[in-house]
Design a protein around this ligand. Structure first.
Ligand SMILES: Cc1cc2nc3c(=O)[nH]c(=O)nc-3n(C[C@H](O)[C@H](O)[C@H](O)COP(=O)(O)OP(=O)(O)OC[C@H]3O[C@@H](n4cnc5c(N)ncnc54)[C@H](O)[C@@H]3O)c2cc1C
Length: 529
């Protein structure tokens, strides 16, 4: 995991030709890397920022078949996603929890309608089922969701899906691929494509930390850059016409008091026909999402006021205690790629939630759409395509049986450090050797200083944001608390990364500026150093 050593190796291997070079370290790119190493292909993945900095850290946290797609009659998509859901639960049991979802029903018709529909969901999950759905009484609905609005409540339907930590999974998939021989870098931006005649022969990249430039040779190049795919396609073809238009999805995070039980709520049809989830996550509740067409995209999209209002006002219809703006601990936005309108039409069409693989004349392969849940299968399909087009010598894919780094069946989800899985013992060793590292970073949350050291040494964390947003999830859970932790984290990282005091100070103020984007009211405490 030592970045300096790995860079030295990269410089020494400038003549190397990788079988597969992947641009983008979100769910999709990492899925390609995982499948690629499972076939014995030499693999290089370059991420311009941190792993899962884009959409892949901003999901609803569901490993699911997609009840909504079932309602749309998209049976094949749901069947495939349910299979992947089951495989992921087997391969990453330290990150994927079996979650009970309650659909509260305020009419008897809905109770019957959803009970029948979810039987199909159960059937489609086959051997990899997480549990059977069933209709439940009003009394049981209230006992499962004590804060549910009771007026007019007729009962509910419960079903099972998975719930996970998206950024931790991204990191653990990167670690798994590296352990199998992949070269994987964060903070390496692809700035151009190299060609041999018309055919793609590699990428040009820049190390964001030092500005150093590199050229990497590859037999195949995969564009897995989410809403950024058009930028890479334009590097390939100057007159490339945009294929993507982003649609934003926002979530707000509330304290557990708004939904104190273990179960999640699924509202299949809000007043304007959307689906809304309220999901327990790391001792908070994540509520969302929205679907707002945008003209611009960025790695750090901002929630619109009307999206926050929509979520809060919808939650108010289903919860006894109405959450207000002051109750929002954090708000985060993610972008899904939609197919851009063609021929001047204003209409957009979803690049369905099933994925799409585009092959360019130059041999560039672009993969877009899909879901976190199906990241592995998307990777497999993409590698299949690369093997075929570029005649790569590859074994059969075995990613569906690959255990993800940290996997253990011995998980106590009530332990605040459960998500480390088998790495938990490494953290304990750190605190045994230096008991001060067992101290909390902030008195209100269970994170300890050893986690910062661990993240730098073993999890490729390079910035305060990497740690507070994606190695632990406090920025997404309670942005104010994250701000309070920033300085302590910066000082620990400064020492571990051998940086100076100015670095720590800059990191702290940069993080505070960023974290304010996750808050509805500004919070700027004075920094002590
Ligand atoms: C609001 C919302 C909720 C969702 N909820 C769920 C859910 O609950 N369950 C589920 O299964 N799916 C969910 N999804 C879908 C899922 O999150 C996405 O399918 C998935 O995260 C997309 O991953 P990606 O790798 O394609 O894109 P991204 O995560 O955006 O990754 C693309 C990466 O490419 C990098 N990149 C871009 N340009 C360059 C360059 N030049 N050089 C190097 N790197 C570059 C970016 O920095 C970025 O990290 C949700 C999506 C949204 C929007």
């Amino acid at each position: 995991m030592d970045r300096e050593k790995r860079f030295k190796y990269l410089k020494e291997s400038h003549d190397k030709v990788w079988d597969i070079i992947i641009i983008g370290g979100g769910a999709t790119g990492l899925g390609v890397a995982l499948d690629s190493v499972s076939r014995g292909l030499s693999t290089l993945l370059l991420e311009q920022s941190d792993f899962s900095k884009g959409t892949s850290s901003r999901s609803t946290k569901l490993v699911h078949g997609g009840v909504r797609y079932l309602a749309q009659g998209n049976i094949d998509l749901v069947r495939e996603a349910l299979r992947e859901r089951g495989l992921l639960q087997e391969n990453a049991p330290h990150l994927v929890q079996n979650e009970v979802f309650v659909i509260p029903n305020y009419t008897y018709f809905n109770k019957i309608f959803y009970s029948v529909g979810l039987k199909t969901y159960d059937l489609l999950s086959g051997k990899l089922s997480l549990g059977k759905s069933k209709g439940i009484s009003k009394k049981e609905t209230i006992s499962r969701i004590p804060t549910i609005k009771q007026e007019g409540l007729k009962g509910g339907v419960v079903y099972h899906d998975g719930q996970f930590d998206d950024s931790r999974l991204a990191l653990n998939v990167a670690q798994t691929a590296m352990e199998q021989g992949a070269d994987i870098f964060n903070y390496m931006k692809v700035t151009g494509l190299s060609k041999n005649g018309e055919a793609i022969s590699g990428v040009k990249a820049k190390d964001i930390e030092t500005g150093k430039e590199f050229t990497f040779n590859g037999k195949s190049v995969i564009n897995a850059t989410g809403v950024f795919v058009d930028e890479i396609m334009s590097m390939d073809k100057q007159d490339h016409i945009k294929t993507i238009r982003p649609s934003q999805g926002v979530h707000v995070v509330l304290d557990k008091e708004f939904m104190p039980g273990k179960d999640a709520i699924m509202i299949p049809k809000t007043d304007d026909g959307r689906v809304l989830f309220a999901v327990p996550w790391h001792d908070k509740v994540v509520v969302g999402t929205t679907d707002t067409l945008l003209d611009e995209y960025s790695l750090e999209p901002t929630a619109l006021e009307e999206e926050i209002d929509f979520i809060l006002s919808t939650a108010k219809k289903y919860l006894n205690k109405a959450p207000e703006r002051k109750d929002v601990k954090s708000v985060f936005a993610g972008l899904r790629p939609l197919a851009a309108p063609k021929g001047g039409s204003g209409k957009t069409k979803e690049i369905s939630r099933s994925h799409k693989i585009i092959e360019s004349d130059s041999g560039l392969i672009t993969i877009t759409g899909g879901k976190w849940t199906t990241f592995r299968k998307m990777g497999q399909d993409t590698v299949d395509k690369a093997v075929k087009i570029h005649k790569l010598e590859a074994k059969e894919s075995s990613s569906e049986n690959m255990k993800i780094h940290g996997a253990t069946d011995n998980v106590d989800f009530s332990d605040p450090l459960y998500f480390y899985g088998t790495d938990r013992s490494g953290l304990e060793k750190l605190t045994d050797n230096n008991p001060g590292l067992g101290d909390r970073i902030n008195e209100n949350y269970p994170y300890i200083k050893a986690q910062v050291i661990w993240a730098v040494r073993h999890e490729m964390a390079r910035t305060v944001e990497d740690f507070l947003a994606r190695r632990v999830r406090i920025l997404f859970l309670d942005a104010r608390a994250a701000i309070d932790m920033a300085e302590t984290v910066a000082i620990l990282m400064q020492q571990e990364l051998d940086k100076d005091k100015k670095w720590a100070k800059d990191q702290t103020s940069e993080f505070i500026k960023l974290a304010n984007r996750y808050l509805l009211e500004e919070y700027n405490p004075t920094i002590s150093s």
